[in-house]
Write a protein that binds this ligand. Structure first.
Ligand SMILES: *Cc1c(COP(=O)(O)O)cnc(C)c1O
Length: 428
């Protein structure tokens, strides 16, 4: 498509947008706010707002303990299966619970202890730092005492200024000694998206297992875990899934591997018959064994309601709009912001890009502050110089994108960022 920078052009795109009406499914108290941070914390769906009130007033308030038999106990697998529909996972493989970091700990530890003779773990420098910390912690844990496993963590980097990972180096690093390849499918800074099928095949060819972090993919790009024959996946529900702050994460374990592995955390929710209160642990069948303990039901059930608009819209339609939006945003960056010293920090080719883009500027941090504090635009900042813009196709219009970029341009034109200190706030 040939884009134009005119406001009218944005309005035309909106007129042709089949998903435009989904904006009405969200709570929007301030229509002039341009929210480019749906990739960090999604906006609140009206369905989630009313459901959370119902949960508090009726389920917790009136049902009390009876709630466990009225849809609480089985919520991790019921809601897991709903998320499974968004990531190409047949029922019985996806469970909701805990955090992404904890789920990574459980699944990666199981994967490594399943193959005690293989010592290599491969990830990249694009991964979310918490994912790398968890791997470092597992390596430390498994090197202690009798295990003495001594893993080596290899981090593949970039040779194009942190835009895309070095795929040739990745391919070369996966060898017969590799136990696990674990990557963020869409990376959090540049928005680069891996070819899941290709990397999974490469790893399997060498006998390695693959674990995908879908935190920036779920609800933003179609994912086909079963078709790719991925072994494991984890992901967030408070980003593009709009589940609310701290909503529990999910994990996926391919049915072909479920019975071969055990969780490193043996809790009663992962026990075969929890209400027998047997003093010895027997793992529950299937992925269920990766549950640990009682889950935050108010948050989990609120998140379940939040999925409704997304399931209705369907991932293919969302992806189509997301590509058009990120292409449009890249065009506006080139037309309006590059002259002010910005550069595009994301792939130009939409086939290898998720639903957010980074635009880079040496003054990125102060520009971000000016946008939030005086322009009513919310992006976020990721060091060293990335202003990150998330495009959640369910509730953003093309006119919103136009308006947001116009305000960014004004911050530069009027040098509004200069009055802010370079000292960073705690949360950026
Ligand atoms: C957001 C995000 C997380 C968050 O982890 P929590 O443990 O749920 O806080 C983890 N990994 C990636 C890639 C993320 O984008």
């Amino acid at each position: 498509m040939t884009f134009s920078p005119s406001h009218n052009f944005a309005l035309q795109l909106d007129a042709q947008d089949k998903l435009a009406s989904f904006k009405e499914a969200f709570v929007i108290p301030d229509p002039s706010l341009i929210y480019f941070d749906g990739n960090s914390l999604g906006m609140m769906p009206k369905a989630a707002q009313s459901k959370s009130r119902q949960i508090v007033d009726e389920q917790w308030g009136r049902d009390l303990i009876r709630g466990w038999n009225k849809g609480w106990w089985d919520a991790p697998s019921r809601v897991g299966d709903k998320i499974g529909r968004l990531i190409g996972a047949a029922a019985g493989q996806t469970l909701v619970g805990d955090t992404v970091s904890i789920n990574l700990f459980k699944l990666a530890t199981s994967a490594l202890t399943l193959q005690p003779n293989k010592k290599r773990i491969i990830t990249d420098t694009f991964n979310f730092p918490s994912d790398i910390y968890i791997l470092q912690g597992i390596k430390h844990l498994l090197s202690e005492g009798q295990r003495n496993m001594q893993h080596e963590i290899i981090r593949i980097s970039s040779n194009d200024g942190d835009l895309t990972p070095d795929l040739a180096a990745l391919e070369a690093a996966i060898d017969e000694n590799t136990a696990l390849v674990t990557l963020s499918h869409v990376v959090f800074k540049s928005g680069y998206m891996y070819n899941m099928q290709r990397i999974t095949d490469l790893a399997h060819a060498k006998g390695a297992l693959v674990l995908w972090d879908l935190s920036h993919s779920v609800g933003s790009v179609p994912v086909h875990l079963d078709d790719c024959n991925a072994d494991f996946a984890i992901g967030c529900t408070y980003k593009y899934l709009n589940g609310g702050p701290g909503a529990p994460a999910f994990l996926y374990v391919n049915k072909n591997i479920q019975e071969k592995i055990t969780s490193p955390i043996w809790g009663w929710w992962g026990q075969k018959n929890p209400f027998d209160f047997d003093l010895d642990y027997t793992p529950a069948p299937g992925a269920q064994r990766f549950l640990v303990g009682t889950q935050p039901m108010i948050s989990l059930l609120t998140m379940e309601a939040a999925l409704e608009p997304m399931i209705q819209a369907g991932m293919d339609a969302l992806r189509e709009k997301s590509i058009l939006m990120t292409d449009y945003a890249s065009f506006l960056t080139e037309s309006w912001l590059v002259p002010f010293g910005f550069s595009l920090g994301s792939p130009v080719d939409s086939a290898i890009r998720g639903s957010h883009i980074s635009i880079r500027h040496p003054e990125g941090y102060r520009i971000n502050r000016a946008l939030i504090e005086e322009m009513n635009v919310i992006p976020d900042f990721r060091a060293p110089d990335n202003l990150r813009l998330g495009f959640a196709p369910l509730y953003l219009s093309f006119a919103d994108v136009w308006e947001g970029f116009d305000r960014i341009r004004r911050v530069l034109e009027e040098k509004r960022y200069e009055k802010y200190p370079k000292q960073k706030l705690a949360v950026t």
